[in-house]
Design a protein around this ligand. Structure first.
Ligand code: HEC
Ligand code: HEC
Length: 227
């Protein structure tokens, strides 16, 4: 009963969010652009880029020497906002994110290591790729830009920005150029509730639950091609 009410309130909230985004999309984008520019000037995390580079040697085996990984299962880290990276490393430590390859890596890091690695990866340039599947571009783009009002899915651009640059201050991650296989896995992990790093807001879990398998594949492909 209580769960049903909570669910209905959440559903109403999402639908309102979708409406709000429709009317507020232009100012939101301007605001995002402002934050993105402000954050580029100086990192929001107090770390040492040179020390981070030294500490990144074990990481580069999977995430690539320039922060762009070769395997589509391993995420690109180059250009990612430092506050988001630090939060994800904390999530692997706390168990809010689980992965047999990544969790042991995070466990070994001190707070200083986390800050240094976060600002180092933020300083690198994200590589570009093409969409994974040219046949699903229309579906991917429609969801990315407009969401799905019937199912209460908000437009992704409202938080991740029109070109998927994200918002470092708000810890909305950079998505552009990310491997489709990795992105699809994350959306499935949120939907299954095994990735809980969105915390009390459950922001991404609520959204991912409303996506179909075809939505997930189309979005992941489209995101890979964003530049
Ligand atoms: C053995 C391979 C491997 C190594 C070495 C490794 N990682 Fe990872 N890392 C992964 C995988 C796989 C994931 C994605 C896990 C998942 O699916 O959630 C990941 C995810 C991440 C994420 C989350 C990215 C995002 O977009 O949310 C960060 C941050 C990260 N790793 C940082 C590091 C750092 C820093 C190091 C070195 C201290 C490191 N990794 C070493 C395999 C590795
Ligand atoms: C209300 C803001 C908001 C909206 C709308 C939103 N996101 Fe997110 N997204 C976030 C936040 C915040 C995170 C980081 C959560 C965490 O720490 O796990 C995130 C994380 C992600 C990640 C994980 C990135 C990584 O590197 O692991 C993916 C993939 C993603 N979002 C895709 C989408 C897609 C696709 C949509 C549209 C269907 C969308 N998001 C809509 C706020 C949002």
């Amino acid at each position: 009963m209580a769960a049903a009410i909570v669910r209905r309130v959440r559903q109403a909230f999402m639908i309102e969010l979708v409406d709000l985004m429709r009317t507020a999309i232009a100012p939101v984008c301007l605001l995002l652009a402002f934050f993105a520019t402000a954050a580029q000037a100086e990192s929001l995390v107090d770390g040492d880029v040179a020390a981070g580079k030294t500490k990144s040697t074990p990481c580069s085996a999977c995430h690539g020497a320039d922060g762009n990984s070769l395997s589509p299962q391993w995420p690109n880290l180059a250009g990612q906002g430092a506050p988001y990276v630090a939060a994800q490393l904390a999530a692997f430590k706390s168990g809010d994110r689980q992965d047999p390859l990544m969790a042991p890596q995070a466990m070994a890091l001190s707070d200083e290591d986390v800050a240094d690695l976060a600002v180092y990866y933020e300083s690198l340039e994200r590589g570009t790729q093409s969409v994974a599947n040219a046949d699903t571009v229309d579906r991917g783009e429609a969801l990315w830009r407009g969401g799905n009002a019937d199912r209460g899915v908000p437009a992704c651009i409202a938080c991740h920005g029109p070109t998927g640059r994200g918002n470092p201050a708000a810890k909305y991650p950079l998505l552009a150029g990310q491997h489709a296989a990795y992105t699809a896995k994350q959306l499935r992990d949120y939907a299954a509730g095994t990735r809980k790093s969105d915390g009390k807001t459950r922001m991404m879990r609520e959204i991912a639950e409303r996506l179909t398998q075809d939505d997930v594949e189309a979005l992941a492909s489209y995101i890979q091609g964003l530049k």
